[in-house]
Design a protein around this ligand. Structure first.
Ligand code: TXD
Length: 308
């Protein structure tokens, strides 16, 4: 039996992700949206790329949750993206209603799936999906850290004129202006970047990473980033579907780890067939710990706004 993945929201992130998943050729993919006919049209177009690119993934576009039944993984991308000048947090109420309704339907159709949350504000939406679904924490994972880390790695690689593959980094915390790039642990082929760059330059790159989403929002004029976000979700799906046990920065529900209780936060987590299988606790400096807790406070504020 082929695996089944459903993607809710056939917008920029959702449809780009479905195309990437189809090209992996390891699962059938269902793309759901509330806009009539649009996901069907996109799915047909992607299906017709199969003979050219050589994949057999069945791609179905739908407006009916019944078609998503018994998915192994469901990725939720439905919701509004940011407009220029708008923070992720402004989105909270608007997207809470959408994520609530979507999660209810997803859980009914696929009670055993792993949910990957993408909709912003990410940490709050993951928390809300947990609240609505009643799923165990292993099966709700937010995507933000892989993307934020990819942005950080891109800028470091550009700066030092090395391959992105040689740059190792972690960005922790909430997906927002308070994210915590761990520059101390960023290395190029094992060499800490502090030996390769001035502290001022590192701080500039850290700041550009924090503003990475907003920089793209501003350039695009309408909508937000989707090429790197969809690639980041793909890596998480790979890790789960292929049971890779990859350690990736993900937003997961902490129960004591990093001194936090009952809160979604970006931390390194091991992903495998069961979803997230373990939180990896790295030793943080006092300052990093302080920044992580500040980031947690920002997420708690949003959760308060949602009234849960
Ligand atoms: O790092 C991250 N987590 C993110 C998050 C990176 C990039 C984008 N991020 C967020 O993902 C962004 O702020 C948005 O909240 C979502 C989706 O972004 P996208 O760029 O794909 O937005 P679009 O193109 O507007 O697509 C949203 C789709 C659109 O087709 C709507 O018709 C659909 O969502 N939509 C719904 N689908 C199903 N059910 C309901 N209720 C619904 N409402 C809207």
């Amino acid at each position: 039996m082929r695996s089944k993945i459903s993607v809710i929201g056939a917008g920029f992130v959702g449809s780009t992700l479905v195309q990437r998943l189809a090209e992996r050729d390891y699962a059938d993919v269902v793309m759901f949206d509330i806009v009539p006919n649009m996901p069907q049209g996109k799915a047909l177009d992607m299906l017709q790329a199969g003979p050219v690119l050589g994949y057999d993934s069945l791609i179905t576009g739908t407006n009916d949750y019944a078609d998503t039944a018994n998915s192994d993984i469901v990725v939720i991308t439905s919701g509004f993206p940011r407009k220029p000048g708008m923070s992720r947090d402004d989105l909270v109420k608007k997207n809470q209603a959408i994520v609530g309704e979507v999660t209810e339907q997803v859980v009914k159709a696929s009670p055993n799936c792993v949910i990957i949350m993408v909709t912003n504000p990410l940490d709050a939406m993951a928390q809300y999906a947990m609240h609505v679904s009643g799923f165990p924490r292993e099966r709700i994972i937010g995507m933000a850290g892989v993307l934020d880390t990819a942005r950080f790695r891109t800028f470091i690689a550009q700066e030092l004129n090395v391959s992105v593959r040689d740059v190792q980094a972690y960005v922790l915390g909430g997906h927002g202006d308070s994210m915590v790039p761990l520059s101390r642990m960023c290395t190029v082929a094992g060499v800490p970047i502090a030996k390769l760059m001035s502290p001022e330059r590192i701080e500039q790159i850290v700041q550009r990473t924090r503003d990475g989403g907003a920089e793209i929002v501003k350039l695009l004029g309408t909508g937000s980033a989707y090429f790197a976000p969809s690639a980041s979700v793909l890596q998480m799906v790979d890790a789960i579907l292929l049971d890779k046990k990859m350690i990736l920065p993900c937003t997961v529900y902490l129960q004591g780890e990093y001194g936090m209780q009952n809160l979604f936060m970006g931390v390194p987590a091991k992903l495998g067939a069961r979803g997230f299988e373990e939180v990896i606790e790295v030793e943080l400096t006092d300052l990093e710990q302080k920044l992580l807790h500040k980031s947690a406070d920002a997420v708690r504020e949003l959760i308060k706004v949602m009234g849960i």
